[in-house]
Ligand binder design. Structure first.
Ligand code: MG
Length: 175
């Protein structure tokens, strides 16, 4: 099978580990919804934020989400793993370093702006993702989408091939 997997907040605890860094950069406290809204609205400011994050190598310090590494290791023996992240390409080396450090095998690693991931890996049998907007686009290009449950994706799901999952144990049951 061809399995597409997002990195942030699916394999890596990015939001949980970096919100304090984000809040200190913005000099205000934001909940997850505000963080996403700010990131989408203030593109230029976000360039400075990501540049600072890159300089401080914060992406190399994020923790793993329970069960992700072992599950992907098991799948990699018989399936093709495509990691597709919306991180900016400047994080490519730090991302590869982090994946190697945590022994996460993959066939290909791609960077794609939000809602364009299908252009990197079309016709996946399964894609695991936490961004509901991305899932809605991917649902037209992939067989099944597993929406990784997060506070920012609580809107009702429209497409039948999008299934909400709460953790990696539930993901394994759905494969
Ligand atoms: Mg994500």
């Amino acid at each position: 099978m061809k399995i597409g997997i997002d990195i942030d907040n699916v394999i890596a605890n990015t939001y949980q580990d970096l919100y304090a860094f984000f809040d200190s950069f913005m000099k205000r406290k934001s909940d997850p919804h505000e963080t996403i809204r700010i990131m989408r609205k203030h593109k230029i400011k976000m360039w400075f934020y990501f540049y600072k994050a890159w300089r401080q190598k914060v992406m190399t310090k994020v923790s793993l989400i329970d069960g992700a590494a072992e599950t992907i290791q098991g799948w990699s023996k018989e399936h093709q793993i495509y990691l597709v992240t919306s991180r900016y390409p400047i994080f490519n080396r730090q991302t590869k370093w982090w994946l190697k450090e945590h022994k996460i095998p993959y066939w290909e690693l791609h960077h794609a702006p939000e809602t364009t991931k299908h252009l990197k890996v079309d016709r996946c049998d399964i894609f695991i993702e936490d961004n509901l907007d991305e899932c809605e686009v991917l649902a037209d290009h992939c067989e099944r989408i597993l929406l990784f449950d997060q506070p920012w994706n609580q809107k009702p799901i429209k497409q039948k091939n999008i299934i909400r999952v709460k953790d990696w144990e539930e993901i394994r049951k759905n494969i």
